[in-house]
Design a binder for this molecule. Sequence first.
Ligand SMILES: C[S@@+](CC[C@H](N)C(=O)[O-])C[C@H]1O[C@@H](n2cnc3c(N)ncnc32)[C@H](O)[C@@H]1O
Length: 394
Amino acid sequence: MTSAPDFSLPIPEAEDRLKSSALISWLTDHMRQAPLPFAEYMAAVLYHPQWGYYGSGQVQFGQGGDFVTAPERSPLFAAGLVYEWQQALASGCGTAVGEFGAGSGQLALDFLTECAARGCLPSQYVIIEISPALQARQQARLRAELPEALWQRLRWVSALEALSPAWPGGMLLANEVLDAMPVTRFRWVPGRADSACAVGVGLQGERFAWVDLGSSAELTAALQPYEGWWPPEDLPDAPIMAEINLALGEWLAALYRAVAAPKATRVYLLDYGASAQELYRPDRQDGSLRCHYRHRAHDDPFVYPGLQDITAWVDFSRTAALAAGAGWRVDGERSQASWLLGTDVPDRFTAMMAAAPDRRQAAALAQGFKELVMPTEMGERFRVLRLNRPAEVL
Ligand SMILES: C[S@@+](CC[C@H](N)C(=O)[O-])C[C@H]1O[C@@H](n2cnc3c(N)ncnc32)[C@H](O)[C@@H]1O
C-alpha cells in the first residue's frame, strides 16, 4: 500500500495495478535499508526501465492519456518552432535539429512535415530520448507516418553526450522535459538557506511517507542565491515545502560541451514555470510538485507509483543563471503567448482557418490556437528560454 485511497481518481486496470505493485515491492525493499531521497524516488517511478511511467512506456500522451502537451494541442506549436528554425538558419546556425524527450513523436512529425512544406529541412533530426520504450514507440509511429525522405533524416540517441562529435550545430528543442527531471524536495523558511531540510520517502507501516533527511552542503549552497529575499514579516511560522533540481547545472554544462561545433547552436527550453521569486514565495506552502493521472491533477506522488506522471515547475531564472555559468549566452525568456504571437504563427493560423474544409475542423484549429496562447491556458504559465552557443573558432 502507498497512499490512502483517493476516491476522486479513476481506478487502474488489473494489469496496471500488478505493474505498480511490482514497483512498490522494489521500492519497499530499498526503503527497508534507508529512506530514498525524493529525487531517487522520482527517478525510479518515472524512469525505471521495467515499471517506470516513462521508462516502461506506460505513459499515454494526448486527449486519451494523462495530460496534453503543446504539440498534441495544435500543429501551430511546431509551426512556431519551424519559424525559429528558419531564423536560426538565416543567422548561420548549423544544419541539424535535435529534440529532447520526443514523447509521442508528434512534434517531430509536425516539424519535419512543416519544414518539407517550407523548403527548410534539417540535414538530420536527432531525438535524444532516455526511455528505450518511448524510443521504440516514436520509431514505429514516425516510420509509419513520415515519407521515406523525411524518415531518413531521423536518428535516436539515449544520452546527450552521444550528440557529439557528429553534431554540426543547429537547433535543440526541449518541450516539457525539464519539468520531468527528478527534483530534490525540501522544507525551509524561504530565503534562509541554512534552514533547508531535504525530505525523502520512507516507510510508515506499509505506506510510503515523507521522512526528514536533514541538511546537505549541496542543497544549502544551491539556495544561497535566495538568501534574505523576503522580509521577516512575510515569512511563514513553520518551514514550507519546495523543490529544486540539483542536477540541472551539470545537465546544462554537459549540453554545452556536447554542441561544440563549427556552427552555432540555439536551444529552446519550453516548459511551465516561473522565476525563483515566484516559485519560492512564502505563501506557496506546498511547492509546485504536481501529479497527473488520466487528466486529474493532484499533489500526492505516492499514488499509483509508475502509473502517473510527476512534475515540478521549472525555475526559469535559476535555469538562465546556471546556463550562463555553464558558458551559454542567454538570449532571453518570454511567455509562450508572446513568443508565438511574435512569429508568423498568427498569419499561418489565419491561412489555415481560411483553408479549413468545414466548420468542425475550423473550430478545432481555433481551439488549439487559443489553448496555446490564452493566458488562462498555456499562454503565460508556459515559458520559452533561448540559449545560444556560438560557433567554435577552430
Ligand atoms: C512530459 S514528456 C514530454 C514529451 C514531449 N516533449 C511533448 O511535449 O509532448 C517528457 C519526455 O522527456 C523525456 N525525458 C526526460 N528526461 C530526459 C532527459 N534527461 N533527456 C532526454 N529525454 C528526457 C521523457 O522520457 C519523455 O519523453
